[in-house]
Structures are given as C-alpha cells and as structure tokens.
Design a binder for this molecule. Structure first.
Ligand code: ZN
Length: 136
C-alpha cells in the first residue's frame, strides 16, 4: 500500500495535477453523460470522452506553466460568468422594488429604488453624479 503510494508520487513528480479547471472539466463530463442519457447520440458520447481525455491530459502534463495559464483564464471566465448569473438573478428578485442602471463613468451596475421619474444618482464607486430616469 505504502509502496504503491510512493510509486504514484514518483510518477506525478513534475506533472501538473488537479486544479479548478480539472474540476470544471469533470463537471462538464458528467453533465454531458447525463444529457446523453436523454438524447442518446454518439456525438455527445464522443464529446464527453474528449472532455475527459483533455482533463486527464492536463493532469499528467509536464508543461505546468501552460496549464497554470489555462487555469487562470478558466477561473477568470468562471468568475465573470458566476457574477453575470448572480446579477441576472438579483434583477429578477428585485424587479418589484428596484431598477438597475449603469454608471456612465465607471460602468458599475447600480441598484436604484423603483421611483417613477428622473433622479440624480451619485455613484458610490467613482462619485460621479448623473441623471437616471425610471419609467416603470
Ligand atoms: Zn461610477
């Protein structure tokens, strides 16, 4: 048992290993498997195998700098996607009481109380003052 562990550690020496992108790829692999339970196409089957093969290739890769760059791009994409989903969720959640407007200077999304008419808004991020109109 201990010998087996030592051999695995020796094999993984200098190889990249597991990261956030690996977890995302494995999640995508299982999602494709579940989708294929319903659609039953060979395309989804081979696509899921390709995703799994790519995830394994990354784990055993010796080009750790390249893999780290890929992971950084993946994490940035994942975080911006999460932020957009959360913003959309909040826009729907507060649709009865609030409206969202974008600051013309710093492009920050601001949640304003739903008061019909034009109001003066002071951006809390860049302190720019601008007019926002809420029609309904
Ligand atoms: Zn601003």
């Amino acid at each position: 048992m201990n010998n087996w562990r030592m051999r695995l550690a020796a094999f993984m020496q200098g190889r990249y290993g597991i990261d956030a992108m690996y977890k995302g790829l494995i999640g995508a692999y299982f999602l494709l498997i579940v989708l294929n339970l319903f659609f039953r196409t060979s395309f989804l089957f081979y696509l899921s195998l390709a995703v799994l093969a790519f995830a394994m290739y990354r784990v055993f890769s010796r080009q750790t700098a390249k893999r780290a760059q890929e992971n950084a791009r993946y994490v940035a994409f994942r975080d911006s996607a999460k932020k957009k989903v959360l913003q959309t969720y909040n826009r729907i959640k507060f649709i009865g009481t609030h409206r969202y407007r974008t600051c013309p200077n710093c492009k920050t999304s601001l949640r304003l109380p739903k008061k019909i008419g034009t109001m003066t808004v002071n951006c809390p991020v860049c302190h720019t003052t601008f007019q926002a109109t809420i029609k309904r």
